[in-house]
Design a protein around this ligand. Structure first.
Ligand SMILES: [Zn+2]
Length: 116
């Protein structure tokens, strides 16, 4: 073991049914983790404070799950275009888009949101 402390997202504490994926960055964590720490890539949603937003900004409807502990170097990260995101677990695909309010928050923060 060794190495420094990388800034990384929490990894899902369990692989149960309470896993949710962020609609913007596809980071996957449990509801509780979003509840406590929000989304590490999308801090401007402030999900850890505005808990209603967890349901608006994340979804249980996602498929695939990859662990990307070194996003800058991994082919998967390049393919997923998540190399700018913090290391963590990501969904390969999410269904659903951010609602208008949440898209406005992105805009207010100069965040480009591209619905898939
Ligand atoms: Zn996010």
């Amino acid at each position: 073991m060794g190495g420094g402390h990388h800034h990384a997202a929490q990894v899902p504490a369990s692989l149960g049914r309470d896993l949710r994926a962020c609609l913007r960055c596809r980071l996957v964590k449990t509801y509780d983790q979003f509840n406590k720490n929000g989304c590490e890539n999308c801090k401007f949603f402030h999900m850890e404070q505005e808990h209603d937003r967890i349901l608006e900004c994340t979804t249980v409807n996602f498929s695939g799950l990859i662990s990307s502990m070194d996003p800058t170097g991994s082919w998967a990260a390049r393919w997923l275009r998540i190399s700018k995101f913090v290391p963590g677990c990501y969904a390969l695909a999410v269904s659903g888009v951010l609602n208008e309010d949440m898209q406005n928050i992105c805009e207010d923060n100069n965040i480009k949101y591209v619905p898939r």
